[in-house]
Design a protein around this ligand. Structure first.
Ligand code: DC
Length: 222
């Protein structure tokens, strides 16, 4: 069974996807972590985000490894565990422009499909999972969203909990910029029929997870 959850940053998709995977006892594939890993490598190696050729080369040669457990994701790049390092604001800021480079998307989409083949059944989340990457394979496709203020608040709480020194204004501005960049790539995912759209603005995490699980069980007749 393949379940895709797409949506913008802070829509609640990552936490909900992890919880849903844990409830269904199947792995969880965090595709944003893969784009973040390339951004982290670019920062570490001092590659400019304007140098597309160098970024593509970095992505081509990166030895990315993901451990997709139902309750955790560990990410290694070139042998180093970068699971925590990819979650900082600095990485978030450069991930979005890097994720717009078509060659980098092609490399990571191929990698996502290969991981998907190995996993068999899984919950995957990102922006293009139901519309592009697993378009012909997904059993249930979700698109989740929430209004900007709510998304900024969630992201702010996450960063504070991780010990980041950020203000709510920084987070709001960062999300605004990422939305403007990201919508160019993920807007088409709103097109496909069959996707179930959920506005999580006024929902708690457990309500979101219950709602997703309910739709999944309905769809697969469980
Ligand atoms: O979901 P996230 O915040 O970890 O995503 C990080 C960035 O990567 C964000 O700018 C969107 C982008 N992304 C993407 O373009 N395609 C995906 N499948 C997943 C994430």
């Amino acid at each position: 069974m393949i379940i895709t959850i797409d949506g913008p940053a802070g829509s609640g998709k990552s936490t909900a996807a992890r919880k849903l995977a844990a409830h269904l006892e199947i792995p969880y594939l965090d595709t944003g972590a893969m784009y973040r890993a390339i951004a982290h490598l670019a920062l570490e190696e001092g590659v400019s985000i304007d140098d597309h050729d160098a970024l593509v080369q970095l992505a081509e040669s990166a030895d990315l490894w993901l451990d997709c457990g139902p309750t955790h994701t560990r990410v290694k790049a070139n042998g180093h565990d970068i699971s925590e390092a990819i979650r900082t604001m600095a990485v978030s800021q450069v991930t979005s422009p890097i994720a717009r480079i078509p060659e980098i998307r092609r490399i990571l989409v191929e990698k996502q499909r290969s991981i998907g083949r190995q996993l068999g059944s899984f919950v995957t989340e990102g922006r293009d999972q139901g519309s592009v990457v697993f378009k012909d394979l997904a059993d249930v496709r979700f698109v989740v969203d929430a209004d900007l203020e709510k998304r900024a608040e969630r992201r702010y709480q996450e960063l504070i909990a991780d010990g980041e020194d950020v203000s709510m204004d920084d987070v709001r501005e960062n999300l605004n910029t990422r939305d403007a960049n990201d919508c160019k790539q993920w807007a088409p995912l709103l097109e496909p029929g069959q996707s179930i759209k959920i506005d999580t603005t006024n929902m708690s995490l457990s309500e979101v997870v219950d709602c997703l699980e309910c739709h999944v069980r309905e769809s697969v007749g469980a």
